[in-house]
Design a protein around this ligand. Structure first.
Ligand SMILES: C[S@@+](CC[C@H](N)C(=O)[O-])C[C@H]1O[C@@H](n2cnc3c(N)ncnc32)[C@H](O)[C@@H]1O
Length: 218
């Protein structure tokens, strides 16, 4: 009886040992996979930051988005772009409120995955592309939203000037489009998020550029 009991105990202990080995093995495996994923992510994020001209993944505060959507009426079916759409919050809000066709480009993998996740959750008419927006054709756009960095604004102005149709609007958070006179400058109703939001309309900037061409345009 005592012998049988001891044998049972030993098997139990050995069983536990095997279980512990398995747990350690699986945990180590998970750690290796997580470390590899983290490295891949850091590498992709690092590579993408070369293309962003300094624009890191930060988000526009909801109070600003609310203000923009109040001030800029949109119509169902209009095409709205966010150039560097982050977590997709502007596009989701615009698509939900106005039933527009919202399209975003994002090259930061973390922001891209987050935006896809958020779009999946709310099922709005938003499509997000893991793509460099400099390579996108914006000629269908009715409204272009961006929150980028000063370093890229001159180049962006040239792209928008070439591609956007008459009457298209450009909304730029925080940073002005060099050489264009804004149609409006709006500020969110929030105690701290008070950076300016610049609104431009294509017909206006065309007239300005025609009467005052910049060296880069000629
Ligand atoms: C300041 S965040 C703004 C995010 C979002 N538009 C918002 O307002 O909440 C700028 C984003 O643009 C992305 N970005 C910058 N240059 C890009 C490019 N050439 N193509 C695609 N995404 C770009 C960055 O990865 C970053 O997530």
């Amino acid at each position: 009886m005592t012998l049988a009991f001891h044998a049972l105990c030993i098997r139990h202990i050995i069983g536990l040992d095997i279980l512990m080995d398995e747990i350690i093995f699986i945990s180590l495996g998970l750690l290796v996979v997580l470390a590899a994923l983290k490295m891949a992510f850091a590498l992709l994020t690092g590579l993408s930051s070369f293309k962003t001209g300094g624009a890191m993944f930060t988000t526009t505060h909801r109070s600003k988005i609310k203000k923009i959507l109040e001030v800029i009426p949109m119509h169902p079916g209009q095409v709205v772009y966010d150039l560097g759409c982050g977590d997709g919050r502007f596009l989701i809000a615009a698509a939900k409120r106005y039933k527009v066709k919202a399209i975003g480009f994002e090259i930061n993998p973390w922001a891209y995955l987050l935006s896809r996740f958020r779009v999946g959750l709310c099922q709005a008419n938003v499509s997000i592309h893991f793509q460099d927006f400099w390579k996108a054709d914006l000629s269908e756009a009715d409204i272009v939203f961006c929150y980028l960095f000063p370093d890229v604004m001159e180049r962006l102005r040239e792209k928008l000037s070439k591609e956007l149709k008459a009457g298209a609007k450009v909304i730029s958070c925080n940073f002005e489009m060099p050489g264009w006179k804004p149609e409006k400058i709006i500020i969110a109703s929030h105690p701290t998020h008070t950076d300016p939001i610049f609104i431009y309309t294509n017909l206006l900037w065309r007239a300005q550029e025609d009467s005052n061409p910049r060296p880069a345009d000629s």
